[in-house]
Design a binder for this molecule. Structure first.
Ligand SMILES: [Mn+2]
Length: 379
């Protein structure tokens, strides 16, 4: 075999706090260690949102906050939390890159925009004990295989790769999308109050069984939107993180009205915008949306393998919460460049919960899920 390519997206390693939704360290580390022992070269593509910097707090002394002016010092402090919480995964990656034929590619997503800081990249290389076979990029391409995170086809989470930073107060700060600024300064309180609810899909079902959250969410969104348009741009005139891109207004309004925050048109937009590239590829992998999607046509496949975060599917009738399996894309490339692919499913270790029990004690069930996955929480 010429090469094996493994594509894993939306792992979302967090800071080990209540807002960290990744608990499958054992399963993931085991998979990476298996890859490290292969006899042929392996490309491991972590397809964006590998780290959840967005929902990771900045802890300084006794204060915990979600600052919107994200300097490299703040990103590094968050990275340290993530490293401490998920050392098992870092250790496995370290073992993987030790072999110089192997390549580790970090594709940048909207939750790990912080990877644009070269100091953050350097620190990761330091943690993994290697420099050469680790890369940070916006997309991965090898012959007829292509992967990118997909936030560029999502109006609200689109990043600006050519201007990843603002200059503010003489310092470089991250130029993250408007929605990310909103999440950081308005919705993290809600996420801390309802850490488990945010792991449950589909949203309309969750909302229909939990009216209180709908009220809180609509009120928060409306308040933030109004302030963003009418007040913040004046109050914080010199602060680039409060610039409001007007073209978002219509889209946001439409989404609030429909209580529709999930993005469902990424594949369609991707197919239109990258039609020339798509014609040249055989396997195309996107992330960002946390749903499994496979589209095979004319000897070509487009795949969303879904997330590695701890997520559940709510059954409307029984009100049971079933943990979603984790998935990754595996491509085998033969010496003559011919390839075969498969979407591999990893069964969850966590068990099934009842929605009504979870709602009564969200933190308790966050702990229970972690316990079942063998992940130690520190809160
Ligand atoms: Mn994303």
């Amino acid at each position: 075999m010429q090469k094996e390519i493994i594509i894993i997206g939306d792992i979302e390693l967090g800071g080990g706090t209540l807002t960290d939704d990744f608990i499958s360290d054992k399963t993931l580390a085991q998979l990476i260690r298996t890859l490290a022992r292969r006899k042929h070269p392996v490309d491991l593509v972590l397809n964006g949102d590998t780290f959840d910097f967005l929902k990771c707090p900045f802890i300084s002394g006794n204060t915990r906050s979600y600052p919107r002016h994200i300097t490299k010092e703040i990103s590094l402090a968050k990275l340290e939390l993530i490293h401490t919480a998920h050392e098992l995964v870092f250790q496995a990656l370290k073992e993987f890159v030790k072999k110089k034929e192997n390549r580790l590619h970090f594709v940048i997503g909207n939750h790990d925009h912080d990877l644009f800081f070269s100091a953050v990249q350097q620190k990761i290389r330091e943690y993994l004990g290697r420099k050469k076979n680790i890369s940070f990029r916006l997309q991965y391409q090898y012959k007829e295989v292509y992967a990118e995170h997909g936030q560029q086809y999502d109006f609200l989470n689109k990043i600006k790769p050519k201007q990843p930073f603002h200059l503010y107060g003489g310092k470089q700060i991250l130029n993250i999308p408007w929605l990310s600024f909103g999440l950081i300064s308005n919705f993290m309180v809600l996420k801390e109050e309802h850490p488990f609810l945010e792991r449950i899909n589909p949203l309309p079902q969750v909302f229909s069984h939990h009216q209180a959250i709908v009220k809180k969410l609509s009120w928060q969104s409306m308040k933030y939107l109004l302030l963003s348009v009418l007040y913040f741009p004046i109050r914080h005139y010199y602060d680039p993180t409060y610039n409001f891109p007007k073209e978002l207004l219509r889209e946001v309004y439409r989404r609030i009205k429909k209580v529709h925050w999930e993005i469902d048109t990424i594949v369609e937009k991707f197919k239109w915008k990258r039609r020339r590239l798509i014609r040249k590829k055989q396997v195309l992998v996107l992330g960002h949306i946390h749903e499994r999607y496979v589209e095979e046509k004319d000897g070509r496949v487009i795949i969303h393998p879904s997330t590695w975060r701890d997520e559940y599917l709510l059954d409307d009738k029984t009100r049971l919460l079933r943990p979603n399996p984790k998935r990754y894309v595996r491509v085998e490339m033969a010496d003559d460049d011919s390839l075969c692919w498969e979407l591999v499913e990893v069964p969850p270790r966590a068990g099934t919960f009842h929605f009504d029990d979870v709602v009564k004690d969200e933190v308790g069930f966050i702990r229970k899920a972690a316990e079942q996955e063998g992940f130690t929480v520190r809160f």
